[in-house]
Design a protein around this ligand. Structure first.
Ligand code: HEM
Length: 415
């Protein structure tokens, strides 16, 4: 297990043992305040966000500076470069792309299901990365020569540094850092494909390349693409993997959602506009994100002292906002450990709000991610059945997003 994988299980333990309370603890030798109260998360991430900088020294070191890791002016420049594309994407085009790649993925899952009793996360990763690259760059992923497993291995190796505060990284993990350059070189080389002269027209890619060539605040195309792929493809793939697990764990919910999906796909003109009104599908995705948030924490440090609902915060304090803790708060729902696709009371810490974070650093691709995942789900349910192959409780694998160690114990069979 990587240095950091154990922390996911610890976050679930904290949610059980200190439900609704913040905790001071030590992670990987680092003092951290774990935030489990949504009121304090709102204060840190939104209301007083200027006092809480991103704590991603490790991420910058491994992946290079990008929109994801930077703060202040360097972040603003990168955000302005890309966000309009993430806001204004063509919903119906994305719906068709998600439909197409989900159909391919579910065929691969059922084929694999004839010999395996575990979900192969690589199939889901190919699906989400294909939609992302096709949607924003008009490029078919399978023509790029990009090997997603290299990026995934790099993410896993780099993720060991997730819980290391500013300045301590090299002291604590110097020996491990030496393993990364070769993987990094391979990933950068593969992403160099996006510099080819004869690629289809993509305004987003043109803007990124122009910023790279002008050397605007050290924007490097490959760094932005690397985090774009990690933020935009790995997260949605992880969520779909947990969604398949939940479908298998709760066959009644699976049957109910399948009925709605079949009805939708048999309607005269299936479109995103009509699918978006099938509320239980959206609620299910929200519940998957609530129970198993792919980004279970976000890391910050306090610039100046401050006051939270329970305790003061010192300047320089490491803070981790635990979406696992917040989303399992008993004050907000009757039984936070079970999915509920009908109860809409607990919106404040639902998966479709908290799991994408809140405030100025909210996920840039939230609307895109929700659209594609609801579409994936509707296709999966009309094509396949999901059966649990083991009752063992989840063990976690941390790769900058939370996966299930060994893959989900789910067999996928054709309907
Ligand atoms: C299930 C899917 C997803 C989840 C749960 C998710 C979650 C998150 C979270 C929690 C953050 C904030 C991280 C932090 O503050 O440290 C974030 C940031 C970000 N996400 Fe997502 N994400 C998802 C999908 C996507 C997709 C599909 C895209 C791109 C199309 C995307 C693009 C971004 C970007 C660009 C940021 C950086 C925002 C900024 O700081 O300006 N994400 N995401």
């Amino acid at each position: 297990m990587s240095l950091s994988s154990g922390i996911c299980a610890q976050l679930y333990d904290f949610a059980r043992t200190h439900n609704g309370k913040n905790i001071s603890t030590t992670l990987n030798g680092v003092d951290v305040r774990i935030i489990q109260r949504h009121e304090d998360a709102d204060h840190i991430l939104r209301l007083n966000a200027t006092n809480y900088r991103k704590n991603m020294a490790w991420f910058r070191l491994v992946f290079g500076p990008s929109r994801f890791s930077e703060d202040g002016h360097a972040w603003q420049i990168r955000r302005d470069l890309t966000q309009s594309y993430f806001n204004k994407f063509d919903r119906e085009k994305t719906f068709q792309l998600a439909r197409h790649y989900a159909t391919q993925a579910v065929a691969a899952l059922t084929e694999a299901g004839s010999t395996s009793d575990r979900i192969d996360d690589a199939i889901l990763r190919t699906m989400t990365a294909s939609v992302l690259v096709d949607n924003f760059f008009n490029i078919k992923l399978n023509t790029t020569g990009i090997d997603l497993s290299v990026l995934a291995t790099f993410m896993e190796a780099g993720s060991d540094y997730s819980f290391v505060p500013q300045g301590k990284t090299t002291d604590l993990y110097r020996s491990r850092l030496q393993q990364l350059p070769e993987l990094r070189r391979k990933v950068l080389h593969q992403l160099g494909y996006f510099r080819s002269a004869d690629l289809p027209h993509s305004p987003l890619l043109q803007d990124l390349l122009a910023a790279d060539q002008r050397n605007t605040d050290r924007v490097v195309l490959e760094h932005e693409l690397m985090t774009f792929m990690a933020a935009g493809a790995e997260t949605s793939a992880a969520t779909m993997s947990w969604a398949c697990y939940l479908l298998a764990l709760y066959p009644d919910i699976q049957d109910q959602l399948r009925g709605l999906s079949q009805q939708f796909w048999h309607s005269p003109q299936p479109s995103w506009k009509s699918l978006s009104s099938v509320t239980p599908l959206a609620r299910f995705i929200s519940e998957a994100l609530r129970l198993f948030p792919p980004t279970p924490i976000v890391a910050r440090y306090a610039i100046e002292e401050d006051q939270l609902s329970d305790n003061p915060v010192q300047a320089g304090q490491n803070i981790m906002v635990s979406f696992i803790g917040i989303q399992h708060d008993k004050r907000l729902r009757d039984d936070p450990w079970l999915p509920n696709i009908t109860d809409t009371r607990a919106q404040v810490a639902s998966g479709d709000t908290m799991a994408f974070s809140i405030g100025p650093r909210v996920c840039g691709g939230k609307q895109f991610a929700l659209l594609e995942m609801i579409t994936f789900l509707s296709i999966f349910l009309t094509r396949a059945r999901f059966e649990l192959t083991s009752d063992e409780p989840p063990a976690y694998l941390w790769k900058s997003q939370m996966l299930r160690l060994g893959g989900q114990p789910v067999r996928v069979t054709e309907l």
